[in-house]
Ligand binder design. Structure first.
Ligand code: FMN
Length: 175
């Protein structure tokens, strides 16, 4: 299956996952570049769209989209990508390294609501979503620290244990 990985990442965790997926599948990878890359504007949903993706999206059987969740929303650079290429996307896999846990996925800032938004945007297409909460790499004594998710980013030093097991299972499911 010909796969394209596209990602947006501000602090590197979703870039880390995107690069791991593309290395595993030995497939093309491209960064989503917002025309207006101003964090606070994007956080509040303001967007001028994204720059054109170089890869011909219609030539891929599957697009794997990686990016964070902010304020319980499918963030504008990711949404712009999906809207711009919705007709050309055949099959979308959305992957997020986010702050919300599996237990809180359906709460106001949970990734579960974002997953519903993605499915709605691509109604009628094959869509699957996977979350890898950053809390999985926190030390035991920091699991309840509300600020820890702002300070922690995925890297080779902390990518181990449950997150790695879950991610490896996900990679196997892609083959
Ligand atoms: C301003 C801000 C708001 C956030 N809001 C949420 C949220 O509502 N839900 C969530 O699951 N994670 C939230 N997060 C956590 C990010 O999704 C998480 O830190 C992610 O790993 C960052 O990805 P990146 O390193 O690829 O930029 C928020 C992070 C920031 C900076």
């Amino acid at each position: 299956m010909k796969t394209l990985v596209v990602y947006f990442s501000r602090k590197g965790s979703n870039k880390y996952l995107a690069e791991k997926i593309s290395a595993h599948l030995n497939c093309d990878i491209e960064e989503i570049k917002p025309i207006l890359n101003v964090f606070f504007l994007m956080l509040f949903g303001m967007s001028l769209g994204i720059k054109k993706i170089k890869a011909p999206v219609e030539n891929y059987d599957r697009v794997i989209l990686c990016g964070p969740v902010w304020m319980g929303k499918f963030i504008v650079p990711l949404k712009s990508f999906v809207k711009k290429y919705s007709k050309k996307i055949k099959n979308l896999v959305f992957v997020t390294c986010c702050g919300s846990t599996y237990e809180k996925k359906d709460e106001k800032f949970g990734h579960g609501l974002v997953f519903k938004e993605v499915a709605e945007l691509l109604k009628g297409k094959r869509v699957e979503c996977h979350a890898f909460p950053i809390v999985l790499v926190f030390p035991e004594d920091k699991k309840d620290d509300g600020q820890e998710f702002m300070k922690t980013h995925l890297n080779d030093g902390n990518f181990s244990g449950e997150i790695k097991t879950r991610f490896d299972e996900f990679l196997q499911s892609l083959n």
